[in-house]
Ligand binder design. Structure first.
Ligand SMILES: NC(=O)c1ccc[n+]([C@@H]2O[C@H](COP(=O)([O-])OP(=O)(O)OC[C@H]3O[C@@H](n4cnc5c(N)ncnc54)[C@H](OP(=O)(O)O)[C@@H]3O)[C@@H](O)[C@H]2O)c1
Length: 201
């Protein structure tokens, strides 16, 4: 099953590149439509297909990689699919406009807030703590595998995303719930963003 990605910017492209390099199929989308993604598709090869937001959102695993302030709009553009049981990977950080402004989360973690936008989905917070350059690079380095963190309230979804990450070459660490692990991952405020950890193979 292809992985759907909503957002084709720095993070969307970095993840798409790694997924395709690992043999996964990807449907990637943005606000401007599939034609704007033909160049990216030709550079990444046949594993990557440009699609609409609705097409990306209809995949079983959907990555959200849009700016915080555009999340509502992007999820609406998905056309209210049935999110039930679908896995949504939330890469977003709660920065408003300008990007230094922190969104008011009412005391919750950002991914708990994002969960409300995709009712029924099993949301996993992941890939939000590293820069696009680091995420887009080969996670298997001579010194070890690049550590990525994930958290979510559904153990089965956390395991599924961890397996996907491991196939790509990352060393996933499951931190547990969104309220607990998600807070450690949160940017700003958490202690894990930007930690360039490697795990021995
Ligand atoms: N950059 C980082 O260092 C970093 C690191 C970790 C996590 N993050 C988080 O990752 C998320 C994405 O960041 P980024 O750096 O990749 O941003 P970016 O380079 O600005 O890319 C944003 C992407 O979102 C798309 N988008 C915006 N509104 C949309 C909509 N309504 N429907 C569909 N697509 C839409 C844009 O498409 P169009 O161009 O067509 O509008 C663009 O492809 C953010 O939440 C950020 O906080 C960023």
């Amino acid at each position: 099953m292809p992985i759907g990605i909503i957002g084709s910017g720095a993070i969307g492209q970095a993840l798409a590149g790694r997924f395709v390099a690992a043999g996964e199929e990807v449907v990637i989308s943005n606000s401007r439509g599939p034609r704007s993604l033909w160049g990216l598709a030709s550079s990444l090869g046949t594993g990557l297909k440009p699609g609409t937001v609705g097409e990306a959102a209809s995949e079983e695993v959907v990555v959200l990689a849009v700016p915080w302030r555009r999340l509502h709009e992007a999820v609406s553009a998905a056309g209210a699919p049935d999110w039930q049981e679908r896995i949504v990977i939330d890469t977003t950080n709660p920065l408003g406009s300008p990007d230094t402004e922190v969104a008011d989360l009412g005391g919750r973690t950002s991914s708990e807030v994002v969960s409300d936008l995709v009712p029924g989905a099993r949301l996993v917070k992941a890939f939000n703590t590293l820069t696009p350059a680091v995420l887009g690079a080969d996670p298997r380095t001579p010194a070890g595998r690049r550590v990525i963190f994930l958290s979510g309230n559904h153990a089965s979804a956390n395991e599924r995303v961890a397996r996907l990450a491991a196939r790509v070459g990352w060393a996933p660490i499951d931190l547990g719930s969104l309220a607990g692990g998600g807070r450690l991952q949160q940017l700003p405020g958490g202690c894990l963003p930007m930690l360039p950890l490697l795990m021995e193979p």
